[in-house]
Design a protein around this ligand. Structure first.
Ligand code: PHB
Length: 396
């Protein structure tokens, strides 16, 4: 085998998405070294369209840790959402119910802020690496990889953080007999549209209708993001602009509300599922973000959960290097999973309450409307939604 250049670090981080970069940033601030390895190029990650809602706790983490205040300068604070069903809108007033807000700020911008901060601070982040393999998790952990210039390296580290996304390689390093996969598949997907049009509403609209679910989100003054429930096997090529707008009209228009339309700039089908892989820690390996769990986008929890994992993991690592105690590392998995399962419940609930299964019979459809009505007509129902959507208090 060709010679490998040996480099030493404290934490080897696989994945330069928001989870991996945020962990590296927090560690650097505490004087703990890390190297981040990423298979994709910087450009590829920056061009991946993702959801755009940040809980107040996620915003606080980005701002307080000094990543960037762009989220509060350029992002939009949202104090509520609208739930629309039976042709009528019902506002869930977050400020009034729980005194919190969320920020609309696309994940791409979170990535750019984090990548920019790591670069400005001289962080070791290597994009476009190949042939990444992890060795000796029981002894001195090593990560072999080939960098973008084709040079082979051996990265030696105290710990490995697997922040390598939903198709995680790191996850497979946990012996099969010791891990468990929880999984739920949904009989629908989202048809995502980016359209050139003015905003149709101040706040996001989550609409349930006999024809299925639709979500009206936003990006800028002139570009809007929206989604409608579709079949997982839907082909975007079968959808003309007119057919897309006709679908949105049938799901959200009515009672004086009319969606503003315009040229469709991009269309994609997003498949989704709920999954959790436990435990999130095995010896020197810690999983964070999508590598350990995925949620349907209805609750907008994916990125927020990833940032929470990283915060909890950072506390454990920081405490270990400061005191030598592994106590917080030992409870990482259960402390992170506490919020993961709350978010799984919320995302599942929002998804099943708002989407209309193609095979739903009259009873199921009427029951669903009963559920929506029960939520919006009850202070407690609205408060549960508001608390979950804006984000529960941090992990203990
Ligand atoms: C988005 O703006 O892309 C978005 C917003 C809220 C969601 C999902 C996606 O629940």
């Amino acid at each position: 085998m060709a010679h490998r250049h040996v480099i030493n670090t404290q934490i080897a981080i696989l994945g330069a998405g928001p989870a991996g970069l945020m962990l590296s940033h927090l560690l650097a601030k505490a004087g703990i070294e890390s190297t981040v390895l990423e298979l994709r190029s910087h450009q590829e990650i920056a061009e991946t369209a993702r959801a755009g809602i940040l809980e107040h706790g996620s915003v606080k983490l980005l701002v307080d840790s000094g990543v960037s205040d762009r989220v509060v300068r350029n992002g939009d604070r949202h104090d509520g959402i609208e739930l629309r069903f039976n042709g009528e809108s019902h506002r869930i007033d977050f400020q009034d119910l729980v005194g919190e807000s969320v920020w609309l700020y696309p994940q791409t911008d979170v990535f750019l802020d984090l990548a920019g901060r790591r670069q400005a601070d001289g962080g070791d982040v290597r994009y476009s690496v190949t042939d990444t393999t992890v060795h000796d998790l029981e002894g001195e952990a090593k990560v072999w990889f080939t960098d973008a210039d084709g040079v082979d390296f051996e990265l030696r580290a105290d710990f490995v953080a697997g922040a390598d996304g939903s198709r995680s390689y790191c996850r497979s390093l946990i012996p099969e007999a010791q891990r468990k996969r929880y999984f739920h598949e949904y009989p629908f997907a989202w048809f995502g549209v980016l359209a050139e049009a003015p905003r149709s509403s101040e706040e996001l609209i989550y609409a349930n209708s006999d024809h299925g679910f639709a979500l009206i989100s936003q990006r800028t003054e002139t570009v809007q993001r929206m989604y409608f429930q579709c079949d997982p096997d839907e082909d975007v090529n079968n959808w003309s602009d007119e057919r897309i707008w006709e679908t949105f009209r049938s799901r959200v228009n009515g009672n004086g509300f009319e969606l503003k339309e315009g040229p469709v700039l991009d269309k994609t089908v997003l498949k989704f599922r709920s999954s959790v892989h436990t435990p999130m820690r095995h010896g020197k390996l810690f999983l964070a973000g999508d590598a350990a769990h995925t949620v349907p986008p209805t609750g907008a929890k994916g990125l927020n959960l990833a940032l929470n994992d990283v915060k909890v993991l950072f506390e454990g690592l920081d405490s270990f290097y400061q005191t030598g105690s592994t106590a917080l590392l030992d409870t990482y998995s259960s402390r992170a999973l506490d919020r993961v399962w709350k978010a799984q419940q919320f995302s599942y609930w929002m998804t099943s309450m708002l989407h209309t299964p193609a095979e739903a019979d009259d009873f199921q459809r009427a029951r669903q409307l009963g559920e929506l009505n029960a939520v919006v007509s009850s202070h407690h129902g609205r408060a549960y939604l508001a608390e979950a959507y804006t984000g529960w208090p941090g992990a203990r």
